[in-house]
Ligand binder design. Structure first.
Ligand code: SF4
Length: 236
């Protein structure tokens, strides 16, 4: 989403109407993307935490190429906390920003051992204190591994763009977008919303120009941004 992407308001829409429209959108998302799931490969909450930290500025596919060797060598917090930093750097190098990421993995694993006795904490507030794991990462881990503790919604670039295009929010900053989503999306959908919007963002509602003519009709008919890009759509 470009910084210039200005979106039309949903004229005269009341809060209760936006909540009802958002519910219809969520149903449509579930129908359009029934197989939506976390694209990172993991077997334990610790491994999802590490994979999510590595996914910053990197594709999930690249992370999934790197983590098997990393988790073979360091499958849990105790083993990673004792890892030589140079070995962590070598293993995570293909994900980019490898020095900072390796530093965060080591410090994060050490905090999990020192403060949480080697077990991953199960709340967003506690997870967000682990080096390299800000609120978005904490939400990813909780929503996938401890869904009963869900306390928010992971807002990545796809969620940011699509929630604005759909007119669920007019905010720009992820914390404010998350707060608005929590206001309009019923709690039942919090854990899946990120996966659904990521699938939709990769397949149809792309940046900078979405494929509105291929958008699932149930979503398109509820979207105030539908067709705004038609004139700018490159010819095939
Ligand atoms: S109609 Fe267009 S802008 Fe709206 S959700 Fe679908 S692809 Fe995105």
């Amino acid at each position: 989403m470009s910084a210039q992407e200005k979106l039309p308001p949903v004229a005269g829409e009341r809060i209760s109407e936006r909540r009802a429209r958002t519910e219809r959108l969520m149903q449509a998302f579930h129908e359009a993307y029934p197989d939506a799931h976390c694209a990172l490969t993991y077997e334990t909450p610790f491994q999802l935490l590490i994979a999510t930290i590595l996914s910053a500025q990197c594709t999930d596919a690249r992370v999934n190429e790197v983590t098997p060797a990393l988790f073979d060598a360091y499958p849990d917090a105790r083993s990673m906390a004792a890892a030589p930093i140079a070995d962590l750097e070598r293993l995570v190098m293909p994900t980019g920003f490898f020095r900072q990421k390796a530093k965060n993995l080591l410090a994060g694993a050490q905090r999990i051992v020192d403060v949480y006795d080697g077990e991953i904490p199960e709340t967003v507030e506690e997870l967000a204190t682990i080096p390299g794991a800000a609120r978005k990462t904490a939400n990813v881990v909780v929503s996938n591994c401890f869904p009963e503790n869900a306390a928010g919604i992971a807002v990545d670039t796809h969620v940011q763009r699509i929630a604005r295009r759909l007119g669920i929010t007019r905010q720009w900053e992820p914390p404010k977008i998350e707060a608005e989503l929590m206001k309009f999306v019923s709690r039942d959908h919090w854990n899946m919303l990120t996966h659904l919007m990521i699938d939709h963002g990769r397949a149809i509602c792309k940046a900078p120009i979405p494929r509105c003519d291929e958008c699932p009709l149930a979503i398109a008919s509820e979207c105030p941004s539908q067709g705004r890009w038609d004139a700018r759509r490159p010819r095939a």
